[in-house]
Ligand binder design. Structure first.
Ligand code: NAP
Length: 252
């Protein structure tokens, strides 16, 4: 299980949920993983449990923070794999959405991803092996009521993925997106709490609202997303690029 031996991987939002599962799985495949997010205590605790892992504080919305974090990561050698996973979600009716809220979501989910990708692109386009995997969402492929800023941000992620894939197809860099349905993480906990608060429904009823669009009728485990991410990072996935792959319990 050492297909990624000698490779260095940055995972944004790597201290929790899907990002942490990706970090664990990539490390199991031999990669040196570098976890980045805002909450340094949580990152360090997560890194301590993964062999060879390190933690660097990062706010993807801040130019200087991204520059510092990647400079520090690149001091140990080039970054071969970037998992753009940091993201936020929020739900409300479109007519109640402020421009401030719209900007808050695009700033993390879209601009943050662009900032981190720009920080590695020069090394990656010259490298003999490089991978960018963007954690989009099934919301990047279809509409969704009450989550329009999030849906728009994830559509942007899928569009960026396809464009970068084409732009760098003549190099050894592949760029793909994973599009999960609802995954059992803090984002879903918050969504369930939000539905309960806004509709008076019970926890089970709120959860059923989220899982009803998954044909398997369940939440997806973060490890199932990580499995797909690691496959995209493997050397034998070199001809897979520009794809938006659903991990969605069979939703199509
Ligand atoms: P999560 O546990 O809340 O993970 C989000 C991560 O992003 C956190 O580790 C957070 O760490 C980090 N983050 C947020 N804002 C940041 C910022 N400004 N700078 C740096 N890091 C930041 O939830 P998750 O479900 O694992 O989400 C991971 C990704 O999966 C997101 O892009 C999300 O949209 C996507 N996704 C989730 C689901 C789902 O159902 N859970 C479905 C489809 C797609 P800090 O707070 O420490 O910064």
């Amino acid at each position: 299980m050492t297909m990624l031996q000698g490779r260095r991987a940055v995972i944004t939002g790597g201290g929790t949920g899907i990002g942490l599962a990706c970090a664990r799985d990539l490390a199991q495949h031999g990669a040196e993983v570098i976890l980045m997010a805002r909450n340094l205590d949580r990152l360090q605790a997560a890194a301590a449990e993964i062999e060879g892992a390190s933690a660097i504080q990062l706010d993807v919305t801040d130019d200087a923070s991204v520059a510092d974090a990647f400079k520090s990561a690149q001091a140990g050698g080039p970054v071969d794999i970037l998992i753009n996973n940091a993201g936020i979600a929020a739900a409300s009716a479109f007519h109640k959405t402020s421009m401030e809220e719209w900007r808050r979501i695009q700033a993390v989910n879209v601009e943050g991803l662009v900032r981190c990708s720009l920080a590695v692109i020069d090394d990656m386009r010259k490298s003999d092996f490089a991978r960018i995997v963007n954690i989009a969402s099934i919301a990047g492929l279809r509409g969704g009521a009450y989550i329009s800023p999030y849906v728009a941000s994830k559509h942007a992620v899928v569009g960026l993925t396809k464009s970068l894939s084409l732009e760098y197809a003549h190099t050894q860099l592949t760029v793909n997106a994973i599009c999960p349905g609802y995954v059992d993480t803090a984002i879903v906990d918050n969504s369930v709490a939000n539905i309960m608060a806004k509709t008076g429904r019970s926890r089970d009823e709120a959860l059923a609202e989220l899982t009803k669009n998954n044909p398997q009728g369940r939440l997806i485990a973060p490890e199932e997303v990580a499995e797909a991410v690691s496959w995209l990072c493997s050397p034998l996935s070199a001809s897979v690029s520009g794809q938006a792959i659903m991990v969605s319990g069979g939703a199509i």
